[in-house]
Design a protein around this ligand. Structure first.
Ligand SMILES: Cc1cc2nc3c(=O)[nH]c(=O)nc-3n(C[C@H](O)[C@H](O)[C@H](O)COP(=O)(O)OP(=O)(O)OC[C@H]3O[C@@H](n4cnc5c(N)ncnc54)[C@H](O)[C@@H]3O)c2cc1C
Length: 380
């Protein structure tokens, strides 16, 4: 397991840090207040290699591994969790699904555009009545000659309005049959495909979350990813990698919140001295830093397993669960350390606090992670 960054990794980290401080930091609260999805930012991130981090260079990607991917999501999320979430969803869900399960023609067709940031991707599994229980999805795809016809709505989809391409999971078999779901690629502009309601969210506000609507949407059979009936199994594998993304996102938010709280505690004086001199505050910082280090180690272990193609379900779920809960705890304590100022929009603590909560919900709630971990333990 790699605990120290190589010289190359340090250079990549520094260039992402520079970019985030220059391009994201000055705008993050503007985007947060307006809920504007900063589409152009993602084109610039594509030029830096951030939109196809795990995609091989042959398809226009950065050809990196999970250590670099974790580090990049963290650096972006230290500054803005919303941008980190969009980057994670684009890389590991939509792009990751095509990379892992697409055939040569599909990879050549879609990956270069996604990796360059020219196109942004979405991934549609969740529906209004099926979140954790995705196998009961109602969105259906029926065969019609050589085509498939999609009917239904996906909810809570990151980039639901802006994505040029979406990977969509739809029922092609019986309800509750794990082999009754298939993955399709749908391009924006396909007749019958539109975006729907955009959510007005607590946090992660500039990461667009909206419905995908399919109304007799005709998809050619060459847009099926892998085999018909394999979609649910594929989706579970994609979520295994997705957990590393959300753990990294959670760690970035937690590290940003700790930095904010530490700097404030050293500067803010009460009773004639910096509040960092009070053990009650210093011990909070110690607890925050210790929890972050522990969650970081779990996430690094998940990266190592993924890089070496070993099973990652159990450790990935642990990393996602622990890092998300730590993120919420650390962001909450950061607001407390900043006192009344922490409760205002003049300081970033409140944004870390709002953004962190998504991490315990998206790509499998904390309860579902515990279900995955306990099932793995009891199976051994
Ligand atoms: C900002 C944002 C972005 C998102 N982006 C995407 C996306 O790009 N693509 C996509 O497909 N989805 C996306 N989602 C959806 C997300 O993955 C779901 O919200 C999540 O999986 C939880 O589903 P749910 O909201 O329906 O909650 P539910 O499944 O209804 O859960 C409600 C509560 O019940 C608990 N619960 C449910 N089942 C069990 C059980 N068996 N045991 C114990 N407790 C249980 C849950 O833990 C939770 O506390 C996004 C969501 C958000 C908020």
């Amino acid at each position: 397991m790699q605990l120290t960054l190589t010289e190359d990794q340090r250079m990549i980290r520094d260039s992402i840090r520079d970019f985030a401080e220059r391009e994201i930091l000055p705008n993050r609260m503007v985007w947060d207040e307006s809920q504007e999805f900063p589409r152009d930012l993602f084109r610039a991130m594509g030029e830096l290699g951030l939109m196809g981090m795990l995609v091989p260079t042959a398809y226009g990607g950065a050809g990196m591994g999970y250590y670099e991917y974790k580090m990049a999501i963290e650096e972006v999320s230290k500054v803005c969790g919303s941008v980190g979430l969009s980057m994670a969803a684009h890389n590991s869900l939509c792009t990751g699904h095509i990379l892992q399960f697409g055939n040569e023609a599909q990879k050549s067709r879609w990956l270069p555009k996604l990796a360059s940031g020219e196109w942004i991707g979405a991934w549609g599994l969740t529906e209004a009545n099926t979140g954790s229980d995705a196998m009961r999805m109602q969105c259906v795809a029926k065969r019609d000659g050589k085509d498939w016809v999609l009917q239904g709505t996906k909810n809570w989809i990151t980039h639901g309005l802006s994505a040029e391409v979406a990977v969509v999971l739809a029922r092609t078999g019986e309800l509750l049959d794990s082999r009754g779901i298939t993955a399709f690629v749908v391009e924006r502009g396909t007749p019958g495909f539109s975006g729907g309601k955009k959510e007005n969210k607590l946090g992660m506000r500039c990461s667009e979350t909206a419905e995908l609507i399919f109304d007799n949407c005709r998809i050619p059979e060459e847009n099926v990813l892998g085999e018909v009936g394999e979609g649910f199994i594929q989706a579970m594998k994609i979520l295994d990698g997705g957990r590393i993304s959300i753990a990294s996102l959670a760690l970035g938010i937690a590290k940003g919140a700790l930095q904010t709280a530490t700097a404030y505690a050293k500067e803010r004086e009460q009773f004639g001295q910096p509040i960092a001199n009070f053990q009650a505050i210093a011990f909070k910082l110690a607890d925050m830093a210790t929890s972050i280090e522990a969650a970081d180690l779990l996430t690094l272990k998940a990266c190592e397993l993924k890089n070496t193609h070993q099973p990652v379900t159990r450790i990935g779920a642990m990393a996602k669960y622990e890092a998300s809960e730590v993120s919420v705890k650390v962001a909450t304590e950061a607001v407390q350390i900043l006192g009344g100022y922490g409760y205002t929009k003049d300081f970033p603590a409140e944004k870390y606090y709002r953004d962190s909560k998504l991490c315990t919900i998206g790509e499998g709630t904390s309860e579902i992670q515990k279900l995955v971990i306990s099932r793995e333990l009891l199976r051994d």
